[in-house]
Design a protein around this ligand. Structure first.
Ligand code: PLP
Ligand code: ZN
Length: 426
C-alpha cells in the first residue's frame, strides 16, 4: 500500500513518475514527493500509527515508500522515536516555563541524519541501486556508511578534508569508500552533482533527494504524537540546507489537514551559526534571496554556505510568524555546556546553535515565557569534542593520596550513614 502519487515540481507543478530525479525537466525547480491525501484521510489513524514500531517506520504511510517496496528493501537501523523530554532546568535558566528538548542525539549514528538516510536508501533499493553516495559535512557520511553496511550496499562518501577527525573515523569504520576533498562543503557538493550525472549511484542529497528530504517530516510527527497528538506553540530548529525546518513545518500542516491534530497556531524559528548564516541573514534583511557565503564556524555540520532549501525555509518561518537568529562560536560552546549541565544532554555544536538561539529569542521576547517551545537537538556531543577546546576538563589534578584529595576539594569529615543490623528471627 502506498499513498505516493508522483514527484511534483515545487515551482511549476509538473509531475513525473517516481524515479531517481530531483530537478524539474521543465523549469529546473526542485521535485517533491506528492501524496494522495484524500485517500489517507481516515485511513491513517493515531491507533494505526501507535501499533507500528518505535522508529520512523511507524509513519510509513506518510512517507515516500514506493509501490512494490517490501521488507527486503527497507534499510532500518532503528532511526527515530527519540525522546521528547521536558527541560525545566534549562527553561529556568532561560526564563521560560515550558521548554522541551527533542533529543535526536540518541539516533543510531548519533544524529538526525539517520531519519533521512533510512528513507533515502529504502527508496534507492526499490529503484534498483546497489551503491549509495553522498556529499557530507560529516554526519551524513556516517549515516550513509552505516545504513549501506546494514543493507549490504556499496557506499561512496565525500567529505571536506577538514571535518572533525572523529567524524572521518566514525564514517570510515563502516567500510565505505571515503573521499576527503581539499575544499569546502559547497565545493564537495558541486563535485557530487557532476559525479551523480555520470555514475549509477544513489546520491542521497542529489538524485534521491526528494525521498531523503521527506524523512525529516518524522521529527514533526514525533513531536506531535509525543505531546499527545497536539502541536507545540513553537519549534526552534537548526538550519544547514534548511530542509529539516521546512519538513517539520510540512509535517505539522499534514497532521492538521488529516485531522490527526487540532489545527492550533504554531510558529517555527530557524537557528544558524553566525559564521555560516546565509538564511538568517536574508531573514534579517527582509530579503527573498539567500546570498551564498563562505562558511567559518565550529558548527561544521551546519556549514552549508549555499543552502538548497534556504528560500523555502524563509517561506516556512515567515508563514508561521517565527523568527531566525544566528549565534557566535562562543555562544554555541557556552550553550552546549548549559544544556549538558541543566538537562544531562550532551549535544554537538549544532545543538549548541539551537539552544543559544533559543536563549537569544527568549531574551528578545520572541519566545514568550508561557509558550510551549520544542528545541530540536540534532546531534551527539561526542562528535564535536574538539569544539569545547579547553573550556571543559578536570576540576583538579592530584596524586593518588587521600590527603591530597581532601586538600584539593577542601573536604571536612562528615556524618556517614551506617547500615543498621537486621535482627534474625528468634
Ligand atoms: C544536517 C544536520 C542539520 C540540518 O539539516 P538540513 O536539513 O540540511 O537543514 C542539523 N543538525 C545536524 C546535527 C545535522 O547533521
Ligand atoms: Zn518545474
Amino acid at each position: 500500500m502506498t499513498y505516493v502519487q508522483a514527484l511534483e515540481c515545487r515551482e511549476c507543478g509538473w509531475r513525473v513518475e517516481p524515479a531517481a530525479v530531483h530537478v524539474c525537466e521543465r523549469c529546473l525547480g526542485p521535485l517533491e514527493v506528492a501524496y494522495d491525501y484524500a485517500a489517507m484521510r481516515g485511513a491513517v489513524t493515531p491507533a494505526g500509527i501507535a501499533a507500528g514500531p518505535p522508529s520512523i517506520w511507524r509513519y510509513a504511510d506518510l512517507l515516500p515508500v514506493l509501490a512494490g517496496t517490501t521488507g527486503e528493501h527497507r534499510v532500518d537501523l532503528g532511526a527515530g522515536w527519540t525522546p521528547l523530554v521536558p527541560a525545566p532546568r534549562l527553561g529556568e535558566a532561560l526564563g521560560l516555563d515550558d521548554v522541551w528538548i527533542k533529543n535526536d542525539t540518541v539516533n543510531p549514528t548519533g544524529s538526525f541524519k539517520d531519519r533521512v538516510v533510512s528513507i533515502a536508501l529504502t527508496a534507492a533499493r526499490r529503484l534498483g541501486f546497489d551503491t549509495a553516495a553522498c556529499a557530507s559535512t560529516g554526519n551524513l557520511a556516517q549515516s550513509v556508511a552505516a545504513h549501506a553496511a546494514r543493507a549490504g550496499m556499496g557506499a561512496v562518501v565525500l567529505v571536506p578534508a577538514d571535518v572533525e577527525r572523529v567524524k572521518i573515523v566514525a564514517a570510515a569504520v563502516y567500510g565505505p569508500t571515503l573521499v576527503a576533498v581539499r575544499g569546502s562543503y559547497d565545493q564537495v557538493n558541486r563535485l557530487c552533482a557532476e559525479v551523480a550525472g555520470d555514475q549509477g549511484w544513489a546520491f542521497v542529497n542529489v538524485n534521491v533527494r526528494p525521498y531523503y528530504a521527506e524523512g525529516s517530516k518524522t521529527l514533526g510527527y514525533e513531536i506531535a504524537e509525543q505531546l499527545g497528538w497536539r502541536l507545540p506553540d513553537h519549534v526552534v530548529a537548526p538550519m544547514a540546507s534548511g530542509a529539516m525546518l521546512v519538513k517539520i513545518a510540512k509535517a505539522f500542516g499534514e497532521l492538521a489537514a488529516l485531522d490527526l491534530v487540532d489545527d492550533t497556531p504554531w510558529r517555527i524559528s530557524g537557528a544558524q551559526a553566525t559564521g555560516c548564516s546565509p538564511i538568517a541573514a536574508a531573514h534579517k534583511a527582509r530579503s527573498d534571496a539567500v546570498r551564498p557565503v563562505r562558511a567559518a564556524t565550529v558548527a561544521k555540520s551546519l556549514a552549508i554556505g549555499d543552502p538548497a532549501d534556504g528560500v523555502y525555509a524563509l517561506d516556512a518561518v515567515r508563514a508561521s510568524g517565527g523568527a531566525m537568529e544566528d549565534v557566535s562560536d562562543a555562544e554555541i560552546v557556552d550553550a552546549m555546556g548549559l544544556l549538558a549541565r541543566t538537562e544531562g544532554i550532551f549535544a554537538e555544536t549544532a545543538g549548541g546553535v539551537t539552544i543559544a538561539v533559543l536563549r537569544k529569542l527568549a531574551e528578545q521576547g520572541r519566545v514568550a515565557r508561557s509558550e510551549r517551545v520544542v528545541a530540536v537537538v540534532s546531534g551527539n556531543g561526542l562528535k564535536t569534542v574538539e569544539a569545547l577546546g579547553d573550556s571543559t576538563g578536570a576540576t583538579v589534578e592530584i596524586d593518588p593520596r587521600f590527603a591530597d584529595l581532601r586538600a584539593a576539594l577542601d573536604l571536612r569529615p562528615a556524618e556517614v550513614p551506617r547500615p543498621s543490623r537486621i535482627k534474625e528471627p528468634a
